[in-house]
Design a binder for this molecule. Structure first.
Ligand code: PRT
Length: 301
């Protein structure tokens, strides 16, 4: 059944790998009851007309661009590489990026053996580079007027220089541990990526559109809640202005009286930015106490 005849909104997610747990957890936090027990290709959602297609990450851009799936979650890196490849083949690469999902963050970088004396981008000209991302690497080369000799690998890219297959690599990096463990150093960052929710260009049926209209605000609510904190503290009344100014991204605070204390108040705020220990220490210096920072599960409105 093609996606357009199917009453269920079909969303492609990675079956197993770095994006699969976060993708499933996002939908679960949106209230979807996903039946994953049998690990089939399609997992129905029990309480909404949605089905998840569990596939390899690298298949997701094509499934969405060809209209087999209505939506998909995939890394920008995979998406961009696939789109570039299609454009070079003269095929259409249509999709809409609905939103960035704030997980799966990484960078695509060129790395060389530690002992190489790196002299800048021009010294990369003519090097043999092993990569899973030849299109993104070539685009970087074109932008800087350099040419690479490419060695396309789909895995274990980081061992290529050690076994004499390439002079360097162009691969995804998150912590840098893999590069270090393989005696490589990052010399150029060519692309940064996060997981994204993408949508096919085909028009949705009214029923699917309604489902999407319910789902999207929930996704936004989960993403916003993930970054936000609910902060409660007791503050000296005469320092209220300074106290509120210290809390990043806070909406209008709720200020409540404290029993038997005319000089102090309770302050409650939702802060939409990262709340650092340093801020807590500064609040304490202003005379605040009972400072509580709590995670928020869901947000709407
Ligand atoms: O599903 P399929 O097999 O087609 O895809 P895949 O092989 O790309 O799957 P997977 O699970 O490895 O990666 C899925 C997506 O996760 C990627 O396309 C990125 O968008 C994202 N992502 C985020 C990463 C990393 N971080 C990452 N660190 N993907 C891969 N890595 C690898 C990298 O290739 C290297 O081997 O992790 C190693 C480096 O990690 P650090 O922490 O040592 O720097």
């Amino acid at each position: 059944m093609s996606s357009t005849d199917n009453p269920r909104l079909r969303i492609a997610i990675q079956k197993s790998g770095r994006l699969s747990d976060e993708s499933q957890s996002l939908f679960k936090r949106c209230g979807l009851k996903i039946n994953l027990a049998d690990r089939k290709l399609l997992a129905h959602v029990a309480n909404m007309p949605i089905e998840l297609m569990l596939v390899r990450s690298s298949d997701i851009p094509g499934l969405v661009m060809d209209g087999v799936c209505d939506l998909g979650i995939v890394g920008d890196n995979t998406l961009e590489e696939h789109a570039l490849e299609r454009q070079l083949m003269g095929e259409s690469a249509d999709f809409n990026k609905v939103c960035s999902l704030k997980f799966g963050g990484c960078r695509l970088s060129i790395a060389l053996p530690e002992e190489v004396d790196y002299q800048g981008i021009s010294s990369l000209d003519g090097l043999r580079i092993a990569t899973t991302y030849p299109r993104l690497l070539n685009r970087f080369g074109d932008q800087h007027g350099i040419k690479f000799e490419l060695c396309k690998l789909n895995g274990s890219v980081e061992v290529a220089p050690r076994v004499g297959l390439a002079d360097g690599i162009c691969d995804l990096v998150s912590t840098g541990t893999t590069l270090e463990a393989n005696g490589l150093k990052e010399v150029e960052q060519i692309y940064t990526s996060k997981a994204a929710l993408i949508q096919a260009k085909h028009p949705l049926t009214e029923q699917k559109q309604q489902t999407l209209n319910t789902l999207l605000p929930r996704i936004q609510g989960v993403l916003k809640a993930r970054e936000s904190k609910y902060i409660m503290l007791h503050a000296p009344k005469d320092k209220l202005h300074d106290v509120v100014a210290l809390m990043p991204g806070s909406e209008t605070p709720t200020v409540l009286p404290l029993a038997e204390r005319d000089d102090r108040v309770a302050v409650h705020v939702v802060s939409t930015e990262t709340f650092f220990w340093e801020t807590m220490e500064q609040l304490k210096e202003l005379g605040c106490n009972s400072i509580l920072v709590m995670p928020i599960e869901k947000m709407m409105g």
